[in-house]
Design a protein around this ligand. Structure first.
Ligand code: G3P
Length: 217
């Protein structure tokens, strides 16, 4: 299972990278704005800065909603760095753009996916990653994890290569549940990754080992 961090915050990306378990980064326009990164040139530079910190794939999202605009933007993004994956929304022109990029050998992440049908379409278009937003489904009393299971089942039926990138992961239990179901990738905040570390018995056990060592020295 790959771990991506879902942020445009360079400090958090560096921290996750230093832990040694980071496989990539996902961003979106909201995450960029949250870090105060605005204006096309600053955003493009920020993508390159992110690529220089991590070893893996970095999703960069197009803003256009029409086919021609997405192609122009996506090609520019893909040329920025070999680690860039072009992120396009699950709309009609987005599907056409993903197919176009697939045929050109440009890797893609189909975002804003909320149903199994949308995920099937993304795979048919050849998306490298499909991003079902589990947290946002949970927010509206719909089981986000169930969507991951449905997509896993469909992709396995036909051997689709598209990787299921569980997105809108909010906490550690989401990570564990996604791993049980067999999501290929999860993207979430640093706190969701670091939560995997924690167990009170680990802390108690370590404190006892250290105290016993001190007794003997
Ligand atoms: O990866 C998608 C993500 O950025 C959305 O997360 O927490 O805004 O639903 P959230």
């Amino acid at each position: 299972m790959k771990f991506f961090i879902d942020t445009a915050n360079l400090e958090q990306i560096r921290e996750a990278q230093a832990l040694g378990v980071l496989d990539g980064v996902t961003t979106n326009p909201s995450l960029m704005a949250k870090e105060g990164i605005t204006g096309k040139n600053n955003i493009l530079k920020h993508y390159v800065d992110i690529c220089e910190i991590v070893d893996g794939d970095v999703s960069a999202e197009v803003i256009s909603t029409d086919f021609e605009g997405m192609i122009k933007e996506g090609e520019e993004l893909a040329e920025l760095h070999s680690q860039i994956v072009v992120k396009a929304p699950m709309i009609k022109d987005g599907v056409k753009a993903i197919k176009y990029f697939t045929d050109k050998g440009i890797r893609t992440n189909c975002t804003l996916v909320f149903s199994a049908g949308q995920a099937l379409l993304a795979a048919k278009a050849g998306a490298t990653y499909v991003s079902p937003f589990i947290g946002r489904l949970d927010d509206i009393s719909t089981d986000g994890l169930n969507l991951i299971s449905e997509i896993r089942h469909i992709y396995d039926n036909y051997g689709f290569d598209t990787q299921i990138l569980a997105a809108s992961v909010r906490h550690t239990m989401h990570v564990i549940d996604c791993a049980k179901i067999g999501a290929d990738v999860m993207t979430g905040p640093l706190s969701a990754i670091e939560g995997l570390l924690k167990h009170p018995l680990t802390d108690i056990g370590l404190a006892k080992f250290l105290a016993d060592y001190q007794k003997g020295n």
